[in-house]
Design a protein around this ligand. Structure first.
Ligand code: HDE
Length: 710
């Protein structure tokens, strides 16, 4: 894939070489390079003279029957016939990358796990992001939860956090999971009121949070236990696509998120997350009005603030998809000393499921696969099984044995010791009463949303329920919404049909919690870093405006994508310069970029004005609430394409910003290329344009009803 940006970070990357620590070095043993000296061979090592023709009978330049004898041809066919493994039963579609985890504050008050106490360490990681329901070949941008699974290759063994991009799950007990992998989603939602708190499409894997969701425990050196939830917060903020954009991208570029992650890492703009923990002392377990072991509940930030103690970044793309991203296998049961489980009934079920599923996907020796094997020593008496790789010298496969060479580890040597929890009770199929309260946090979530987010939730419900044919399903779902908020239920009822509820099934408690709304998301600084910005041109474009914008975009570590009326050379006005666009207007679409800039130039603008696709680009970007910048003659083009009286444009050399449409009629040398500091928010053209890009979307267009012309 093209890499557009020769940034300093990229140069640095090239100098430092691939990062990822011990794990990358460990994988080198299996990694081959394709070189000029290499020759084609069979899998058993014999060099081949041809890979094109099956061995056959030839007579007087006529070819006759093929010979089954040909071992080379048969090897190729056999491989082809058997190259698939079962895809993951859920989370089949995904993409991953390598990186590193660094702790900046020791959490020794709550755990003795070295990865969470030793600030001098750098731990290699592999992360796999995924959608949940689609198959391996499905689209990236569907409305679905996203998986966020991390493997920490620690010196004490592999630690996996198999999380999602939202903090809650839709069931409380693992026994119900298999029911949901099939149709009838909304019927399921109605019948499982616990799902009410979990009703989404991120702009990028790099712009979403991650949550361990389940409650784990931490044990410190004094033997004290705390309950813990793990939270990862992206440096770039949390941002979503709008629905129409997500729908179109699913057809135009089903690999959108996969490419986005790849491109950012190739360009040296490494995605980063802060690593946080929410901690509750064991003694406080029952002090809350919700059960802290219930995976359908969050731990509200105002009650239990997140403590950010480390960060991780992704800095290296995989070398080959199948052996790395496809064969990586996670287990919630894989924890390291200092970290433990809780009685969270979902977690307990998961601990059983993940190992089990790897057996059918990869076989019993799955932990020997290069991507899955730990970087610390592994020694035990497990033997045999399909595809066994390790060769352990010796004549015994049991312990204890007469040689007494390999012994269990003591606690001091780092051996895992279970927390000595006293457990007593009656065996029963039951759930605690606090687990039965399903609406309070759904209300908390709804109340914490901004008006924009509320509108999007309403529209999403309106869209999805409109696809349900059976009135029982959508009518009952509307009554369920009345458990959350009467206004919500009434608005959705009006959209999808059915009787609007007259009163709320329960009063809305009116409480809010911080950190739930994306638009009020804490901690993320405005930046254009890694954003794709299209520059639309045709022959005769204004070279000064074009190159100033290109330079400013690159300096901001964003990605300038030149989109032309053709993909061959385009010449600037007066022959002042030329460029070969990255893409042409038909090949690429506005949905694939975050913003567009159009430089002036009489001939260029004349050509773009006559081009229906160019006009559609501008309209569509406007409808998807993206920043649009135009200078010189392009101001009129933008005005014509948008054609809304409410949106005004520059009439002079002044910079004009109306609903995120930033225009300036006259460009003098230097007027565009001032130092761009979007955080300080200057008054220059680029500053205003970049400020709008950094805000992700111009929500005011939507609030004022200007956005629907897509
Ligand atoms: Fe999973 N889940 N899950 N899940 N899950 C799998 O394991 C399962 C749950 C999650 O990139 C499977 O290796 C059960 C919660 C992610 O390889 C399987 C239950 C959360 C991934 C499985 C849950 C997740 C999986 C399928 C509840 C968020 C992809 C393939 C009872 C906290 C990991 C595999 C990757 C994958 C079972 C619930 C996240 C079948 C039984 C809650 C990110 O074992």
């Amino acid at each position: 894939m093209a890499s557009y940006l020769p940034t300093m970070e990229k140069v640095q990357h090239a100098v430092l070489g691939p990062r990822g620590g011990d794990k990358v070095a460990d994988l080198q043993k299996e990694t081959k390079e394709m070189t000029d000296k290499a020759r084609l061979t069979t899998d058993y090592g014999v060099k081949q003279t041809s890979a094109d023709d099956w061995l056959r009978i030839v007579n007087n330049d006529k070819t006759g029957p093929m010979l089954l004898e040909d071992p080379f041809a048969r090897e190729r066919i056999h491989r082809f016939d058997h190259e698939r493994i079962p895809e993951r039963v859920v989370h089949a579609r995904g993409s991953g990358a390598f990186g590193k985890f660094k702790l900046f504050e020791s959490a020794e008050d709550v755990t003795f796990a070295p990865i969470l106490t030793d600030t001098s360490r750098e731990t290699p990681i592999f992360i796999r992001f995924s959608t949940v329901l689609g198959s391996r070949g499905s689209a990236d941008t569907v409305r679905d939860v996203r998986g966020f699974a991390i493997k920490f290759y620690t010196q004490e063994g592999n630690w996996d956090i198999v999380g999602n991009d939202i903090p809650v799950f839709f069931i409380q007990d693992a026994i119900k999971f298999p029911d949901t992998a099939h149709n009838n989603f909304w019927d399921f939602q109605f019948n499982h009121t616990e799902a009410t708190h979990m009703f989404m499409h991120p702009r990028s894997y790099r712009m979403m949070q991650g949550f361990g969701v389940n409650t784990f425990t931490l044990i410190n050196a004094k033997g004290e236990r705390h309950f813990v939830k793990f939270i990862f917060t992206p440096e770039l903020g949390v941002h979503s696509l709008v629905w129409d954009e997500a729908l179109k991208l699913a057809g135009q570029d089903p690999d959108f998120h996969r490419k986005d992650l790849w491109e950012a890492i190739e360009n040296g703009v490494f995605p980063k997350w802060k690593f946080g923990i929410q901690v509750i002392p064991e003694a406080d377990e029952h002090k809350f009005d919700f059960d802290i072991l219930d995976a359908t509940k969050i731990w509200p930030e105002d009650l239990i603030p997140t403590r950010y103690i480390g960060e991780f970044e992704l800095n290296r793309n995989p070398d080959e998809f199948f052996p790395q991203t496809e064969q990586v296998a996670f287990c919630t049961s894989h924890i390291v000393p200092g970290i433990g489980f809780s009685d969270d009934p979902l977690l307990q079920g998961r601990n059983f499921s993940y190992f089990d599923t790897q057996l059918s996907r990869l076989g019993i020796n799955w932990q020997e696969l290069p991507i899955n094997r730990p970087v610390c020593p592994v020694m035990n008496f497990n033997r045999d099984g399909a595809m066994r790789h390790t060769i352990t010298k010796g004549t015994v496969n049991y312990w204890p044995n007469r040689f007494e060479k390999v012994k269990p580890a003591t606690h001091e040597e780092g051996g895992y010791v279970e927390y000595a929890e006293k457990v007593a009770g009656i065996k029963a199929r039951a759930r605690s009463s606090k687990f039965k309260e399903h609406f309070s946090q759904a209300q908390l979530f709804w109340n914490s949303m901004s008006q924009i987010e509320k509108n999007h939730i309403i529209n999403a419900l309106g869209f999805e329920l409109d696809h349900c044919e059976d009135p029982v399903v959508y009518e009952r779902m509307v009554t369920r919404l009345a458990d959350i908020d009467l206004g919500l239920a009434q608005t959705v009822a009006e959209m999808v049909g059915g009787e609007a509820p007259k009163e709320a099934s329960r009063p809305n408690h009116g409480r809010k919690a911080p950190g739930l709304s994306q638009t009020e998301f804490p901690g993320s600084k405005p930046t254009i870093k890694s954003r794709r910005i299209a520059i639309l041109i045709a022959d005769g474009y204004d070279q000064v405006a074009y190159s100033a914008a290109y330079a400013a975009i690159s300096a901001g570590l964003a990605i300038p994508l030149v989109i032309g009326t053709k993909r061959s050379k385009i010449v600037a006005a007066g022959g002042a310069g030329s460029t070969t666009p990255h893409h042409h207007l038909e090949g690429f679409r506005s949905t694939m970029v975050d913003a567009i800039f159009i430089p002036g130039g009489i001939d260029s603008i004349r050509a773009l004005s006559k081009n229906g696709r160019a006009l559609h680009w501008i309209r569509e970007a406007f409808g998807h609430l993206k920043a649009i910048g135009a200078t010189g003659e392009a101001v009129d083009l933008v005005n014509k394409a948008i054609g809304l009286p409410a949106v005004s444009v520059s009439e002079s050399a002044e910079v004009h910003d109306s609903y995120g449409v930033v225009t300036m009629r006259e460009t003098k040398p230097g007027s565009l290329s001032e130092t761009v500091d979007i955080i300080k928010g200057g008054a220059g053209f680029m500053e205003k344009f970049f400020h709008n890009i950094a805000r992700h979307r111009c929500w005011a267009r939507e609030l004022d009803g200007l956005h629907s012309q897509v």
